[in-house]
Design a protein around this ligand. Sequence first.
Ligand code: NAP
Ligand code: F7E
Length: 341
Amino acid sequence: MSESGRRAFITGISGQDGSYLAELLLARGYEVHGLIRRASTFNTRRLDSIYRDPHENAPLILHYGDLSDGVSLTNLIRDLQPHEIYHLGAQSHVRVSFDIPDYTAQTTGLGTLRILEAIRASGVQTRFYQASSSEMFGAAPPPQNERTPFHPRSPYGAAKVFAYWITVNFREAYGVFAVNGLLFNHESPRRGETFVTRKISRAVARIQAGLQDKLYLGNLDALRDWGYAPDFVLAMWMMLQQPKADDFVIATGESHTIREFLDLAFGRVGLDWHDYVEVDPRYYRPSEVDHLRGDASKAQRVLGWQPSVRFPELVALMVDADIQLLEDELAGRLVGVDRES
Ligand code: NAP
Ligand code: F7E
């Protein structure tokens, strides 16, 4: 049994949020179990700092599985009997969801139903967190809060709307302690390389080092409410510690364009982005979400949550981290962690 006597199960543990959340829970004495996909290469790079050889009786245990495989999810949840389940696994890329809408609905939408059914079928007494998204608001004008009607603009957004409502339904129908965190965009040095913030911070590092001449982007006018991922995973944990299950918007309350991000990111190394950035329509979306800005006053009031990192600091820390990462890569200083098969 873990130090705290608590056991958590995280889907999507190898992703940006999953890795920060695993660190947070381990630091609080939880035994942490995570779902990973079988891949032909190691896909647990973000867990390197907390991974221990399983022979060392480590408090982090990884299990193979997939959100499309309901039977194995049910078996796993029944065997683990977790006190808390954080369901973060998803096909999370909005642009890609237009290319693979069926797969996105299967994983991002029905994946949530499979976990909830696993909880119901196994009879496990647990608390469930659903990674809902500001993409569900889509075309609804800002500021968006818990009462704003959804108008998704992508297969991803539509799949998340299904997942949101099935979570509410299991709370109402079966009394499952199930909550939705409606999180606005949150970023970090661990952000996937094809999301716009990380694509820019990586390009700045490579352009500065003379390894890249151009950065091709899509719509530069969209407005996003960008926060810092470690702040946001703390909010997930806080939601599951409440006496009553409820849904919360998590956001910084500020929005900025991609152009503003470019100004600060290139400005950090003394460059002018206009000299390097070109627009390539291949990155446009068939329908765009123009403006997201969240109102997280309920989370502030009920959870006592507020963001610790603001936009300029976020941009600076991402650029600095990518410059450092590139220097380490070029100097051959990065060493992988050996894994079990
Ligand atoms: P991410 O970095 O893309 O991570 C997604 C995770 O899901 C990865 O661990 C991935 O595994 C896993 N996954 C994908 N398909 C799967 C499948 N079929 N079976 C099992 N696992 C699968 O996403 P994130 O930024 O950490 O976001 C976490 C969650 O919050 C997602 O549900 C996302 O949609 C949602 N969300 C994110 C934001 C944001 O701004 N970051 C905002 C609101 C909501 P691999 O590593 O093997 O690919
Ligand atoms: O795009 C524009 C793009 O892909 C942000 C996911 O975590 O947050 C994320 O979804 C904006 C869009 O994030 C490029 O058109 C311009 O307007 O970084 P993104 P997203 O679509 O907001 C939500 C909350 C989630 O839930 C999702 O899982 O930037 N943009 N040029 C570009 N975007 C990308 N990816 N690449 C470009 O070249």
